[in-house]
Design a protein around this ligand. Structure first.
Ligand SMILES: Cc1ncc(COP(=O)(O)O)c(C=O)c1O
Length: 476
């Protein structure tokens, strides 16, 4: 992790707040003086804190286990850990990473229904008991590699309207669940609950109601086989920003009554969830620089444009991050991205047709097929918002292009709030060696020029402040 840019009075911003966009522009001004105009991120950890508070307000019965796969930056994990979140890990490496940051085993679910045997053994050796399954073969493997495991059966959902479908690959039908429970009994494996995922980028909140009802049936089946089921995991699928059609609170308004109906609070069932996108999408903003430019004309024979001389051409802009890097979300996450320009547009400014391309030598590396922008020059910047989910985590260095640097920012009030919450949840200290110096954002200037840890750790905020924080966004 790069150093944390602590944004508050110490940086010339008042403590009332700051805007991540201001930081980005400042960074661009700094970088623009040099030749190395590399792409970079500004990540507002305060946005993640606000998401967490928003989660608790909307879904008070559900403990989030952040899906590390969505964005495995240590600063993200540490911020969420400090606020008491749990973690959904998909592999040995994710388990290793979160454990190296001091996360206790009770806060980890190994939520991959099809695991390599050696990785199940790794979980066993490191005390991780909670894991999902959806097949008989997995049960047999777990019985052999980790007989003490506490299993959660993953059920299939109707995710036909989700942006990224998951039930095409995972999840048992209700009929199969009965067979699995029977087999688990024979193998003496403890099944303690049910999990599901409605698909990432869910567009129909009612699927939660339907699947929570299905989960109830599986709990009842489990009771028939003598299992004491007490954990419901409702997965992920929540929106990552408020820009889209579907709002997080609208999902919550459907989920809460479904839980009250099928798993009332006095049933003693613990409810967890595995949000990924929700927490990180809006916190990360990416700035890319235009490295090359071309004007191309529609040279297709017989084109009408050519005949009447109206073909103004299309600008092709080449920028320094692409689909093999952060914009892999276009291929893997079905994302549609649009740039935001820093220069204020004049109302009468002429717009041109454009396409935007990544830096590699591959023709597939196209970020935007067509959009209208004023004419830009090599060296100008483009900004892409909501770039925190399923971007960096799957970015490659194909053609030798490095992943962009990340500049973390957090306002002083947010940092103080985290310290307060961190104390309340008694988070163990991270193993600073393994954490690679990325322990929870220290109150520091970027690059560690001025460390203010002692004065900051002595800061105290009342819990009432959390409520103020919720009602009145501090950072924006
Ligand atoms: C098992 C599991 N849990 C949680 C998530 C996170 O989903 P989302 O980012 O939609 O919240 C995923 C995403 O693929 C997943 O596979």
């Amino acid at each position: 992790m790069q150093g944390l840019l602590f944004v508050a009075s110490c940086c010339g911003y008042n403590t009332e707040g700051f805007n991540a966009r201001d930081i980005l522009e400042r960074k661009i001004n700094e970088v623009s003086l040099s030749d190395d105009k590399d792409a970079f991120y500004v990540a507002d950890l305060g946005d993640i804190v606000k998401k967490h508070l928003r989660w608790h307000r909307a879904l008070p019965r559900i403990t989030p286990f952040y899906a590390v796969k969505c964005n495995d930056e240590k600063a993200v994990v540490m911020t969420l850990a400090a606020m008491g979140a749990g973690f959904d890990c998909a592999s040995k490496n994710e388990i290793q990473m979160v454990q190296s940051l001091g996360i206790p085993v009770e806060k980890i679910i190994y939520a991959n229904p099809c695991k390599q045997a050696s990785q199940i053994k790794y979980a066993a050796a490191h005390g991780v008991q909670l894991m999902t399954f959806d097949s008989e073969v997995e049960l047999v493997k777990v019985a052999r590699c980790h007989p003490e495991a506490k299993l959660v059966v993953r059920i299939a959902t109707d995710d036909s309207k989700a942006v990224c479908r998951l039930s095409v690959k995972f999840g048992a039908t209700l009929k199969t669940c009965r067979l699995l429970l029977e087999r688990a009994k024979e193998l003496k494996i403890d099944v303690i609950g049910v999990s599901f995922h409605v698909g990432s980028g869910c567009t129909d909140a009612q699927i939660f109601t339907q699947t929570i009802a299905d989960a109830r049936l599986v709990f009842d089946m489990g009771a028939e086989y003598g299992f004491n089921m007490h954990l419901l995991d409702i997965g992920g699928g929540f929106p990552g920003s408020d820009d889209g059609k579907f709002k997080f609170e609208e999902f919550a308004a459907v989920i809460n009554p479904a839980l009250d109906r099928y798993f009332p609070a006095d049933s003693g069932i613990k409810v967890i969830s595995e949000p990924g996108r929700f927490y990180v999408a809006s916190a990360f903003t990416l700035a890319v620089n235009i490295i090359a430019k071309k004007l191309v004309f529609n040279e297709q024979a017989g084109s009408d444009d050519e005949e009447d001389g109206s073909d103004e051409g299309t600008f092709m802009y080449y920028v320094n991050d692409g689909v093999y890097g952060s914009f892999n979300c276009i291929l893997f996450d079905h994302a549609h991205v649009m740039p935001v320009l820093l220069k204020r547009q004049k109302s009468d400014e002429k717009l041109y047709s454009n396409s935007i391309w990544g830096p590699t030598c591959d023709g597939l590396d196209r970020i935007v097929e067509c959009c209208n922008l004023p004419e830009l020059q090599v060296g100008d910047w483009m900004v892409f918002e909501n770039m925190g989910a399923y971007t960096l985590a799957a970015a490659s260095t194909f053609n030798g292009f490095q992943r962009p640097q990340i500049h973390y920012v957090m306002s002083r009030p947010t940092w103080q709030l985290i310290q307060q919450i961190k104390e309340d949840v008694h988070l163990p200290e991270a193993d600073s060696h393994n954490a690679g110096g990325t322990v929870l954002p220290s109150c520091a200037w970027e690059s560690g020029q001025e460390l203010l840890s002692s004065s900051c750790t002595s800061a105290r905020v009342s819990l009432n402040y959390c409520m103020e924080f919720l009602n009145q966004p501090v950072d924006n």
